[in-house]
Design a protein around this ligand. Structure first.
Ligand SMILES: O=C(CO)COP(=O)(O)O
Length: 249
């Protein structure tokens, strides 16, 4: 039985004030222990977030990392620096990193490896653009992104990953994949994983991301192969984020 995970990616949004409100609201929300919850604020808030969340069940994630352990990389942050803040999860390959910061599949792979080496849980983001969907390339694109990473890792390493399917056309657009569209891609990813290793297919958590909101979360999360959500906009509104966590519980 896979435990659902609801992760809130704040992107370049939020503030110390929002962090305080969010951590207070989460701690009084009585979210079921059958759901894992992670918030993923910008780097500058991680140290404070780590302190605020200490002792709570809510976990902390980062939005990216540099693949090297240390060195002359002005502006970058390594896995060990993230760990020091109390970070346990890290997004890798988010479509905004792929398109705006030119991170290709190899750049994604080295970051996944660096995260795993440091004991962090990578949340590997994959997903097709609208043009790719319209050209019937969903399987080629999404499985290509999954394969580049998974085929370069050991089975043990693969078992420590979470995958988030985020169709690019659904991110920040208000246009959510229907539960059936999302389920179809999740089932395809799971079937590929099961072909590689049945235990991996059975155990891997597959999150959906892209305009998931309080009012559509339950339908998406009720699909058999959707094990949680990676939430953008709605994760900045404490009540909405908590409603999504409850929908998963
Ligand atoms: O990119 C996302 C999460 O990583 C999704 O963002 P939205 O929920 O705002 O569409």
């Amino acid at each position: 039985m896979r435990k659902p995970l609801i992760a809130g990616n704040w992107k370049m949004n939020g503030s110390l004030a929002l962090l305080e409100t969010m951590s207070q609201t989460l701690s009084s929300a009585r979210i079921s222990s059958s759901v894992d919850v992670t918030i993923i604020p910008p780097f500058t808030l991680l140290m404070s977030a780590g302190k605020m969340l200490e002792g709570s069940d809510v976990e902390l994630g980062a939005q990216t990392l540099h693949p090297e352990a240390s060195g002359a990389y002005t502006g970058e942050v390594s896995a060990s620096l993230l760990s020091e803040c109390g970070v346990s999860h890290v997004l890798v390959g988010h479509s905004e990193r792929r398109t705006l910061f030119n991170e290709d599949d190899q750049a994604v792979l080295v970051r996944v490896k660096a995260a795993l080496d440091a004991g962090l849980i990578p949340i590997l983001c994959v997903g097709e653009t609208l043009e790719e969907r319209e050209a019937d390339q969903v399987e080629t694109v999404v499985l290509g992104q999954v394969r580049t990473v998974m085929d370069a890792l050991s089975q043990e390493q693969c078992s420590r990953l979470v995958i988030a399917y985020e169709p690019v056309w659904a991110i920040g657009t208000g246009r959510t994949a229907t539960p059936e569209q999302a389920q179809q891609v999740h089932a395809m990813i799971r079937s590929w994983l099961s072909g590689k290793d049945p235990a991996l297919g059975e155990g891997m958590r597959l999150l959906y991301g892209g305009s998931m909101k309080a009012d559509n979360a339950a339908d998406l999360l009720s699909q058999p192969d959707i094990d949680g959500g990676l939430i953008g906009g709605a994760s900045l509104k404490p009540d909405d984020f908590i409603a999504i966590c409850h929908a998963a519980g």
